[in-house]
Each structure stands twice: as C-alpha cells, then as structure tokens.
Design a protein around this ligand. Structure first.
Ligand code: FES
Length: 374
C-alpha cells in the first residue's frame, strides 16, 4: 500500500511530536525543577544531561522542560545523525565535546544538506516510525537553547515555518571564496604599432629645381604659349569692341580783353592750344583784331611767325604770308583764313572756329570776321 505523501507541516509536526514525546526517557516538563536526568535508553543522554549545567546560557534543563517545540535545526540534526548510520551515541558524544556541534553540523566539516534533502529525510523518517527517536532526546535537549534563544524566551510559543527555515539557512556555511588563481598577464596586442609617416620636407633649392624643371618641360612651354595667345586674342577682341573717340577742343572760346593784343603784334599765345594767331593791325585805315588760322593753304602745314621778317613762313614748301594773312610767296594758292570773332558781353574777345572767312571770297568784309578797336 502506497504511503501518503506528507506535507512539510505534517513532517514538522511529527518531528516535534517525536521530540516532545521522544522515547519516553526525555526529561518531562515536571522535572524542570530538578536536575535533568538523562534518558535510560540513550547513551548520549548522559552527556546531554551534563551539557545544560556546563553551559547555562545555551540551554537549561528548565528551558528544555518547557516542551519547547523542536526547531528545524533539531530536525536536521536528527536526520543527519540517521544518515550517518543511525548511531545515536555519535551525535550525543559530539554534543558533549562541543555543545554547538548539534546546532552547526557544518562546523564539524560536513557538507550542509539542502532543505529539500532534509525534508525528504524527515518524510522517510516519518514513514519508518520512531526508530531514530532514541537520538532525539540528546539533540532536543541542546537545540532549543542553542539555536533559538529568542524563541525559547517565549515559553510554549511555537515557531513558524518561516523562522525554522530561516534558522536552517543561517546554519548553512557561506560558500567558500573562490581561490584566487594565478594572475594572468595581459596578452600583447596583435595589432602592430601605428607608425606615422614623416612628410619629407622639401628644401628651397629642391623646390626651385622642381619648378624650373616643370617650366622647362615641353608640356609647360606649350601651355604657356597657348595661354599667351589666348590672352592676346582676348585683349584684341576687347579693343575692337571699343570705339575710337576723338577728343577735340571746343570751337568757341574766350581769349581775353582786346587790350591784351597791342597793334602790330602777332600773339602766338593760342597757336598750340586753339590753332590761331591773334593780330591787331591797321586794315584799310582801321585798327581791327582778328583770328588767323595756322593752317597753310597749300597742303595744310603749320607756318611759323617770323618776327624779324614780319611774315608767316611755312616750313613745308616755303610759302610766305604777310601779317594780314595774304600769301605772297611759295606754292600757297590763297591767303590764310580767318575765324569768327566778337566782343562778348563781359568785354572779352570770343573766337568761334566753326565759322571761316576767306579773303578771295570777299568774306573778310564781314563784320563777324574782326573786332574794331577804338
Ligand atoms: Fe605750306 Fe606747302 S604746305 S607751302
């Protein structure tokens, strides 16, 4: 017949019941006033009975006689004792030598079992009856005081499952620190070091040599010729597009008051600027001022006034003209021409080169060709 699977609560309750009732030889609550008597059927009871007297702080017979329910640690101790072979005397002896041994099995060098293992063993124990009950009293006598002093302070208070599990876990030794292995030196980087290329510095002489060599190459010469021809063509086109502008002097201008031109004197003051001679002379019994052209009537050369000879002499072909402009020698076919002249409102003589007066045409008689001087 398959055994019913027990829950944790049931296992703990049965274990506590075994601890409380034990094998019938554990100290009862009524015996708390007297010295604890070891169980008759447990060889370890003697050592357990002596332990409370030796260490009152860990647990007294009075505390144990209050029927404090066994903790999970007690249950674990019993289970481990059973695992060792059921020898009830061994855990008792261990507890006699070292009272805390029952509370901390791991301190004796044993590998701590997990809670699941402990529960499995407790269930097996519950199924197998009260066989290990003989070992319980010994463990139960020392457990309550050693493991749960706070809980034992409250007489008759039942610890919760959480407290018991916490107590079991607190008994588990801390995992051993991982031994520090030999320090592995860092591996060298496989990446080769970056070598920065040093830019070659070109000296001045090298630069000049390379420049001259470049300019002396046929390609450079052809390029220079092509650039020069293109530039010249561009400049020629621009000059062709620009019109020729002839800047001429004005045709009407003032030459000053009549007093600046004395009688019998040829003024060459405006020869270069306006191309005229200003002369005051007596013409037909009247002092007049007129403006003669400096253009030879032969081929257009410019004659010179010869003060010593009192004549205009053309340097080109030798034509000669009197002071009044009438030709008398050389190839000149006709007299010099006169320009229009008048006395302006401001008293200044004003010459107008746009008007010409020719003697052979009888134009010198025109009043616009001279100014009378009083
Ligand atoms: Fe004056 Fe010929 S141009 S003489």
């Amino acid at each position: 017949m398959a055994a019913k699977k027990l829950t944790t609560e049931e296992i703990l309750a049965r274990a506590r019941a075994q601890v409380g009732s034990g094998s019938g030889s554990t100290p009862s609550a009524d015996d708390t006033s007297s010295a604890p008597e070891p169980a008759a059927d447990s060889p370890a009871a003697e050592s357990e009975a002596a332990e409370p007297a030796a260490s009152p702080s860990e647990g007294t017979p009075a505390a144990a006689g209050k029927k404090t329910p066994a903790s999970t640690a007690d249950i674990l101790a019993m289970a481990r004792a059973q695992k060792k072979g059921g020898a009830a005397a061994k855990p008792a002896a261990a507890s006699a030598e070292k009272p805390a041994a029952s509370a901390k099995p791991a301190g004796a060098g044993k590998t701590p079992t997990s809670t699941s293992d402990i529960l499995a063993r407790a269930r097996a124990q519950a199924k197998g009856g009260a066989a290990p009950a003989a070992a319980k009293p010994a463990a139960a006598a020392a457990k309550p005081a050693a493991k749960k002093p706070a809980a034992a302070g409250a007489a008759g208070e039942r610890p919760t499952v959480a407290e018991m599990v916490k107590a079991v876990r607190s008994d588990a030794p801390a995992p051993a620190a991982k031994p520090a292995g030999p320090v592995t030196p860092p591996l060298p980087s496989r990446r080769p070091p970056v070598v920065q290329k040093k830019e070659p510095q070109q000296s001045r002489r090298g630069f000049l040599r390379s420049t001259v060599g470049l300019l002396a190459s046929p390609f450079a010469a052809a390029w220079i010729l092509f650039s020069g021809a293109t530039m010249a063509a561009t400049l020629g086109l621009a000059r062709y597009m620009m019109p020729n502008v002839l800047v001429e002097p004005p045709t009407t201008f003032k030459i000053g008051p009549p007093g600046d031109y004395p009688p019998g004197v040829v003024s060459t003051k405006w020869k270069a600027q306006f191309g005229i001679w200003v002369v005051q002379t007596v013409y037909e019994g009247e002092n007049i001022i007129y403006a003669l052209s400096t253009v030879c009537t032969h081929l257009g050369c410019t004659p010179n006034w010869l003060e010593g000879e009192q004549k205009f002499k053309c340097p080109c072909h030798g034509s000669g003209f009197y002071i009044n402009g009438i030709n008398f020698e050389g190839p000149a076919p006709r007299p010099l021409e006169r320009y229009g002249i008048r006395l302006a409102e401001d008293g200044m003589l004003e010459v107008n080169k746009s008007v010409k007066f020719q003697q052979e045409l009888g134009q010198w008689e025109d009043a616009a060709s001279f100014v009378s001087v009083v």
